[in-house]
Design a protein around this ligand. Structure first.
Ligand code: PMV
Length: 350
């Protein structure tokens, strides 16, 4: 018996940081995925492998999976196995392998994707038939055990796919059933986005802590910034549903100014945003925690090439991708076939 699942990465469209404090954000799933396969291991150990992250085979007895020090490349997998073992019990002897078309360098949600793919694969492998909100809660517990912070917006995108409005419930409780976020799927399948990588990897947890310190020092001002971001999310949601790209672009650029005010933009991100706007984008902003990773610009078909060239001319790397991708799904029926035929970006299967 083996079970394979895959889950997509994400792009934050509007509302990052404010979402950590209970405000809504907009996020879209992207067509870059992580695949996870679970099967039995005959030696009774838990084997984890992530070849793309330099981990061929790391193994540990199930009884030590929650306490052992694992290599960085399999820490989210280990956290998932630990959570699943604690909440549902896992028999000894598991082999969990990952493949990815989503580089962990770019900040496009590879940790959330591997977490959701692994939680879902284990749930299927053990025939638990866990509902989506429990899969989400287990994923959130696993991620928070590693990062200490996180709203879970990226897990929601990996789980449900499409484009979503996401608002976390602040109560991170021991009762998984009460940890249900507010998720609204938005009816749009195409977003004319251009994604530019700034060349630097961001550290999400330290940026979240930076904003937390600012909020402690200036609670009223920071609260106003978060409220304004929430209004932009509302505005952006209306624009997105009406496919009013000009209005959505304006909301994105205003959101960038607010992120700059929070101190999470960088000179490189600001430069990529401003050259995209000068080249005629409707709007542009950093995407995610800031401090590096990617920016996104929204542009008409006529302006697309110009915006792309402007981003590249300023030293950004344009990452081709599609938005509103399918959420987590089971893949193990003729897995090799599906990988080869359905997704040209899928990794080779050995
Ligand atoms: O850096 P990313 O792409 O993981 O995005 C982080 C977004 C934050 O709002 C800053 C944190 C969170 O978990 O919502």
């Amino acid at each position: 018996m083996r079970v394979t699942t895959s889950a997509p990465g994400k792009l934050m469209l509007l509302g990052e940081h404010a979402v950590v404090y209970g405000h809504p954000c907009l996020v879209t799933a992207i067509d870059r995925r992580v695949w996870v396969t679970v099967k039995r291991a005959t030696d009774g150990l838990v084997h984890l492998s992530a070849p793309a992250l330099g981990v061929g085979d790391w193994s540990v007895p199930m009884a030590r999976v929650c306490t052992a020090d694992s290599p960085r490349g399999v820490r989210f997998l280990r956290a998932v196995v630990c959570c699943m073992a604690r909440c549902h019990g896992l028999a000894d002897g598991l082999r969990i392998e990952t493949r990815s078309s989503l580089s962990d360098e770019l900040g496009l949600g590879s940790s959330a994707a591997v977490t959701i793919a692994a939680v879902t694969a284990l749930s299927e492998f053990m025939a638990l038939e866990l509902p989506s909100d429990i899969l989400f809660a287990l994923g959130l517990k696993a991620v928070q055990s590693i990062q200490g912070v996180g709203s879970g917006f990226d897990l929601a995108a990996s789980l449900y796919g499409g484009t979503l409005q996401f608002r976390p419930l602040r109560e991170a409780t021991r009762n998984l059933r009460r940890c249900r976020p507010d998720i609204t799927p938005l009816a749009t399948d195409h977003l004319p986005l251009i994604v530019g990588y700034s060349g630097t990897k961001a550290d999400t947890a330290s940026l979240v802590r930076h904003v937390a310190r600012r909020r402690e020092r200036q609670p009223a001002l920071t609260g106003e910034i978060f409220n304004s971001m929430a209004r932009l999310v509302e505005e952006g949601r209306g624009a997105l549903e009406a496919q009013d790209w000009e209005r959505l672009g304006q909301a994105m650029s205003l959101n960038q100014s607010l992120l700059d005010a929070l101190g999470v933009s960088t000179p490189k991100l600001a430069q990529l945003v401003s050259v995209a706007e000068e080249a005629g984008a409707y709007g542009a902003k950093l995407s995610g925690a800031g401090g590096g990773d990617c920016m996104v610009a929204l542009a008409s078909d006529e302006r697309r090439d110009e915006v792309r060239r402007a981003i590249e001319g300023a030293g950004g790397r344009v990452i081709p991708l599609q938005t509103a991708a399918t959420g987590v799904r089971r893949e193990d029926i003729q897995w090799t076939c599906i990988l080869k035929s359905a997704d040209p970006s899928a990794p080779a299967v050995r």
